[in-house]
Each structure stands twice: as C-alpha cells, then as structure tokens.
Design a protein around this ligand. Structure first.
Ligand SMILES: Nc1nc2c(ncn2[C@@H]2O[C@H](COP(=O)(O)OP(=O)(O)OP(=O)(O)O)[C@@H](O)[C@H]2O)c(=O)[nH]1
Length: 407
C-alpha cells in the first residue's frame, strides 16, 4: 500500500491539503507539523512520497526536505518564494519538483502532482537516444518521477523492446539516431500502440522547430526541444502521463457498474470474449440471478435492494477473484470460467450457491438470507452471446425447479 507524508506547519494550508488529498489520493496520508514530527512518522512507516513545506519553525532552511531525501523518500517541496540559488540547490539535492504557494491553485496542483507521481511508481518508461550523456540524464530525471526506466541506443532497438513489453507506458525518443530515426520509430510504434495506451514524447535539437511539429504528426503526444530545463521536462512528462491516466479512468468508468464496482454489460460483451480467443479448451459461462429480488425491494425499499446487490456483487467478486465477473442485468451476474469444463464449473458454482444461501446479508441493519438461481453453458471459442442463450435457458429451468439451484 502506498503511503504519503505531508509536512506543513500552517493550519489553514494543512486543512486545504487534508481536503484535497482525501479527494484525489486513494492512499494512506499522514500529516506532520514539524521536522520532529516528520521524523517520528518516517521511523514508523515506509513512505512512497513526501510533500513538504520548505520553511518550518524547527527547520527554517529546508532541512525537512534534506531529511526525507536522506531517507530515500521522493520529495516534492512546497515553498512560498523561490530564487535562482534556492531553485538550483533544491534540484541538486534531488527534490522531484517544487510548487510555489502563491495562489489557491498551487495546492490543487501539488496534490495532483503527487497523485500522478504515485501512478508513475513502477510504471515503465523507455528512452531512445544515441547519446549516452542524454540517455543517462533523462534516465535520472524519469527515475526522479518514479518511473522504472529502460534505455535503447537507437530506434530499431527501441522498437524491439516495445514489441516485447506491452507494459511500457512512456517512450521518449530523440530524432536523429542510427538504424531508425525518431519519426520512423514513432510511425512503427503507432501500428500496434495507440496514443491513449503509450505516451510518446519526441525530442529535437534547438532551432529545428519543424521537427517537433512532424513528431506530433507522426503520432507523438508531445515534444521537447533540447536543451530543456528541468522543470520543463517534468511538466511535459507529467502532463502527458496525466492525460493518459485520465483516458484510462474514463475507459475504466465506462466499463464499470457504478453500484457494484463490477464490470458492466458493455465490457462483458466487448472484452470478455476477447480474453477467450486463444483458448481451445472448454470454457464455461455461469449466469446467476438473485431469487425473488422484487420482494427485497418491496420489503427494504429500493435503497435496501441496492445494498443487497452490492453485497451479492462483492461476494461473487471475492469468491471468483481470478475470473471475469460482470453485472449484466438488474439482479443478474455473469461469470466467465476459461478453461474450466461444465462438470468442474458445476462444482464451483454449487459451492458458491451454498455459501450464498448461508451467508448473513445485512440490509438496513437487518440480517437476511438471499439465494440465487444459476444457469451454466459450456462453450468452446464460440460467441459469448450464444453461450448466454444456453445459460439463460438453464437459468430459467433453475427458476422453474423452485430457485436456489443450478439448472
Ligand atoms: N434496488 C434495485 N432494484 C433493481 C435494480 N435493477 C432491477 N431491480 C429490480 O429487480 C426486480 C427484479 O424482479 P423480477 O424480474 O420480477 O425478479 P425476481 O423478483 O428476482 O424474481 P425471480 O427472478 O423470478 O426469482 C425488479 O423489481 C426491478 O425493479 C437496481 O439496480 N436496484
């Protein structure tokens, strides 16, 4: 679990940061007022990142940033003013970035920055550049932003690395390289990785602005002109990655059912099938429908019904954690069991049916029992819709047999 430490001595600013971190960060966040308190926290927990105020009563000269950096905690600094000397010193000390507290938006920016850095953690980046100096400088800078960095000496090598590793999320590529230049690399990469799946930032030499525009035309998300300033590099990379994250969030929410957090019907038909494409074995589809759900709504109201659906959803999800589970209708759930034949699937689902029937559901603080009827369909590389028809028929039989059983 990632954990963030915020060190800030102003009550008002801390309050703002508490509010924003609760809104934007899905990780544990600790707050400290002073260097002494910061040290206590650091001794107790492992931190992924620290957001620290440069001037504290017991640490007036940035000692807190020096301390967190000495403990190998990537650190973002909050400062009310900055001069060139201070800026240079902070960058030399190794802070990831600094945020100037001169307007209301600064805190917003700082927290969004922390959020993106946490998302970068462990995210793979590739640098393609034939200059060793340039490669190692950018590697250092990307590592500061918590990326896991690989390098390539030319475009051809970069392309091979990208083909072999679909988890790479950022490519920084120079233009002039032997064997394959940056444009050729970007064009080739875009044949198998889209703009919203792999961020590409093109690099071009000073005075060659035409190159930057062509980079974008060939499919780069952004470009940087060499030599660049530290801040410019960080901003461009962060903004590009933020766009990628936003698109990923939108896609994710479009495929999720808001009530249960499970995949929705749309995802189920678009993607569950693709997961099965390369399988030759027998797969099974299970369709599960809550029994007499209308009665639950009638007894506890629609909100109570929603609570029941949430609990049923989470019971299915935790039991079938390794499988694709979706809410495909009001009180209907589907589970795809790849490479599992009908007989084995029946055992799994029978065990689940019993577990659910004896589970202590709690609706509006009242304990109650909920059962489900289940239909199964075995299929082999067939259309999920066909399998759905067979499972639906089996489900109908289970309902006719009296419910709380497998059809
Ligand atoms: N609370 C709540 N109710 C829902 C939701 N979606 C569908 N429903 C209700 O689920 C009920 C389904 O009722 P029926 O199709 O008659 O099925 P049932 O009562 O479960 O009966 P059987 O399936 O025959 O055992 C309807 O009353 C719907 O209004 C939802 O998202 N929340």
């Amino acid at each position: 679990m990632q954990r963030v430490l915020v060190v800030e001595d102003s009550k008002v600013v801390q309050q703002v940061l508490r509010h924003l971190t609760a809104q934007y960060l899905d990780v544990a966040v600790d707050f400290a007022w002073s260097l002494a308190e910061c040290q206590e926290h650091v001794e107790k927990y492992d931190y992924s990142l620290a957001l620290v105020d440069l001037t504290l009563p017991d640490a007036p000269n940035g000692e807190v940033a020096k301390y967190t950096l000495s403990k190998a905690i990537p650190t973002v600094v909050l400062t009310s003013k900055i001069d060139e000397y201070k800026r240079q010193q902070m960058l030399e000390d190794g802070v990831v970035d600094y945020v100037i507290k001169d307007n209301r938006d600064s805190y917003h920016y700082a927290v969004k920055l922390v959020s993106q850095l946490l998302r970068n953690q462990g995210c793979k980046a590739l640098i393609a550049d034939d200059s060793m100096l340039s490669r190692s400088l950018m590697k250092q800078m990307l590592e500061k932003q918590l990326f896991d960095v690989t390098t390539a000496n030319d475009g051809q090598q970069a392309l091979e690395i990208l083909k072999a590793d679909p988890d790479i999320k950022l490519l920084m590529t120079d233009y002039a390289m032997p064997t394959m230049d940056g444009f050729e690399l970007v064009k080739a990469v875009r044949n198998f990785r889209g703009r919203d799946d792999l961020a590409v930032i093109g690099l071009s030499g000073a005075g060659k602005h035409g190159l930057s525009a062509r980079f974008i035309k060939y499919g780069a998300n952004d470009f940087l002109t060499k030599p660049f300033m530290n801040e410019e590099f960080h901003c461009r990379v962060l903004q590009t990655m933020e766009q990628l994250s936003l698109i990923a969030d939108i896609k994710e929410s479009a495929f999720r059912d808001h009530l249960t957090g499970l995949y929705n019907r749309r995802y189920f038909y678009q993607y569950a099938e693709k997961l099965l494409k390369n399988q030759n074995q027998n797969n099974t589809l299970a369709l599960l429908d809550v029994d007499f759900f209308k009665n639950i709504n009638d007894t506890f109201g629609h909100e109570g019904g929603d609570q029941a659906l949430k609990q049923v959803g989470s019971l299915i999800r935790s039991t079938f954690a390794n499988f694709t589970v979706a809410r495909v209708g009001g009180e209907e759930f589907a589970i795809v069991l790849p490479d599992i034949d009908l007989a084995r699937a029946r055992e799994y689902l029978e065990a689940f049916r019993k577990k659910m029937a004896s589970y202590d559901f709690s609706i509006s603080d009242k304990s109650c029992t909920i059962t489900a009827s289940i239909g199964l369909a075995e299929f082999q590389n067939t259309n999920l819709k066909d399998a759905m028809r067979v499972a639906d028929k089996a489900l109908y039989e289970a309902k006719s047999k009296g419910r709380n059983c497998i059809g």
